[in-house]
Write a protein of this length. Structure first.
Length: 506
């Protein structure tokens, strides 16, 4: 009797366990989270892609744009790199962090170890995470010995794997860093970095222009590496110095390998593929030299487009195209001459890097932050052009929404439905930043408070948006910001000022 009862209990238990296992398997396979790839270009303008009206052929990115959601009102948080990246990866406005400014290669890690980041949030949701490409958010403690393990590095703020350049292609150290260690370093030829003074006996772009193969126009006259004068001085580390023309292949190779190794893991992956184009120095691979007819700037945009085509082919080949969401954007607006004579101005022709927007990189005007933004997910996202107002700041909360996390920040808004093309309703307002100065976009309106400073940054020939008076524009009716309505629409101006102060004040 006793035995019989026990057997029944045992069989019921077995059945229950079996049933719950079954249930779990079906749930996971049905709800497998997508891989996510964030493709982030450097200084690509709103008008730089053919799908956004540009006169440079970018067929692979255009395929994404035409097969996904092409946003026409999407923004980087800032008109320069470091602050935009900070916002994109942390979901926090960069003007809340005083050090979120263009950083030298020796700057300490900008993101706090305790701070929430997109990869940290995704890791909690079962993702493997990686960054391959440009970092530019500081590394180590500000006193780095580049010949030893550098910490903190991206792996300390949420990335399981990192293969990066520390700052920019025009800044030392000109070496790749993998998981905190310089790649290919010969310990007998240690790296030394100094942003203030040169090492005794070393040449520089300033003193030895005859040794350079790319001529500097402004800045960029410190150490000469691979014939290119850079920002900052570097000594040693010869074996580890990157090959500028091969950089696209190096990062792409890393991306392909990462995808191959992670495609069939139980875990989905988040990969930030942060490309160096078209930031200076523009060093296209020989296969792309002369391709655009617009000089190196056009050539490297075509090169980046090719690499993105390779990325798409890889996803197809590895069989994960339909389970991968791609978010494509740029960290700030465009600039032509950003410090080197490289024909960007002379060979521009009819191409308009800012499209019909005013300003460019560094600018409070719209082209500083208004950038291409595309979401693509084969078979899931239906093609659409969306005028929803979204920002890279929203990636954190939107991906949280996608992956079942309830993490959010006070600045990042869940724009998942806009990202997936299910709605064209975006955020109602957004604070934008250029060189620590802020402005408000709300609805179709933009309000720029008065700021001191030059009207034009003459070296790069970009209108900065500084003015003694308030500026108010209707971006929809006047995308080129030619009609300042601050005097004629005082009611709207006051509304905008109040709204701006509300966000800035908390
Ligand atoms: C500026 C550099 C510019 C570029 C920029 C950073 C000079 C004169 N200009 O200081 O060439 O490197 O910093 O660009 O040095 S960003 O896209 O990374 O923000
Ligand atoms: Ca940039």
């Amino acid at each position: 009797m006793m035995m019989n009862k026990l057997t029944t209990i045992l069989s019921v238990l077995t059945l229950l366990i079996f049933w719950s296992c079954q249930k779990n398997t079906t749930t996971t396979s049905k709800e497998k989270k997508p891989n996510i790839i964030f493709v982030y270009l450097d200084d690509l303008g709103y008008g730089d892609l053919s799908s956004y009206g540009g006169d440079i052929s970018t067929p692979n990115i255009d395929n994404m744009a035409n097969g996904g959601v092409r946003f026409t009102n999407a923004y980087a948080s800032s008109a320069t790199c470091t602050p935009s990246r900070y916002a994109a990866f942390t979901g926090i406005y960069p003007w809340r962090e005083k050090d979120a400014k263009i950083l030298p290669g020796t700057a300490p890690m900008l993101i706090g170890k305790q701070q929430m980041t997109v990869p940290k949030m995704l890791r909690e949701q079962g993702y493997e995470t990686a960054i391959i490409g440009k970092w530019h958010m500081g590394l180590g403690n500000g006193q780095n010995n580049w010949n030893e393990h550098i910490s903190p590095n991206p792996n300390d703020v949420g990335f399981d794997y990192s293969f990066i350049m520390a700052a920019t292609q025009d800044r030392v150290p000109t070496v790749f860093i993998e998981n905190g260690n310089v790649v290919g370093l010969d310990k007998n030829d240690p790296i030394e970095i100094n942003y203030n003074k040169n090492f005794p006996g070393q040449t520089s772009g300033k003193e030895n222009p005859e040794l350079t193969t790319m001529k500097w126009h402004h800045g960029h006259n410190s150490s000469i590496i691979n014939g290119i004068p850079r920002i900052g001085y570097m000594k040693g580390g010869k074996a580890a110095i990157w090959d500028d023309q091969e950089m696209t292949n190096t990062f792409l190779g890393g991306v392909k390998e990462y995808i191959h190794e992670h495609k069939s893991n139980d875990k989905p992956f988040f990969l930030a593929y942060t490309m160096q184009q078209p930031h200076v120095p523009r060093t296209p691979h020989p296969d792309f030299i002369g391709k655009s007819g617009k000089g190196p700037r056009g050539d490297v945009i075509m090169e980046a487009d090719w690499a993105i085509g390779e990325l798409m082919k890889t996803l197809e080949k590895e069989g994960i195209a339909e389970n991968t969401l791609i978010i494509f954007s740029s960290d700030n607006g465009p600039v032509l001459n950003d410090g080197y004579y490289d024909d960007a101005v002379e060979k521009l022709g009819n191409h308009k890097p800012s499209g019909n927007l005013k300003g460019g990189k560094y600018s409070l005007f719209d082209a500083g932050t208004h950038v291409p933004f595309i979401t693509y997910w084969k078979g899931t996202i239906q093609p659409k052009v969306s005028d929803a107002l979204v920002c890279q700041l929203d990636i954190l909360s939107s991906l949280a929404g996608l992956t079942g996390s309830n993490i959010t920040t006070k600045d990042s808004e869940d724009m998942l439905n806009a990202f997936l093309g299910k709605t064209t309703v975006g955020r109602s307002k957004l604070i934008l930043e250029a060189n620590t100065k802020t402005l408000l976009r709300e609805g179709d309106w933009v309000m720029i408070p008065p700021y001191q400073g030059p009207k034009v940054e003459t070296q790069v020939n970009i209108e900065l948006g500084n003015a003694d008076e308030f500026q108010l524009y209707n971006i929809k009716e006047d995308p080129s910001q030619n009609n300042n309505l601050a005097q004629t629409n005082k009611k709207k101006l006051q509304e905008m000022i109040n709204s701006f102060e509300k966000v800035r004040g908390n």
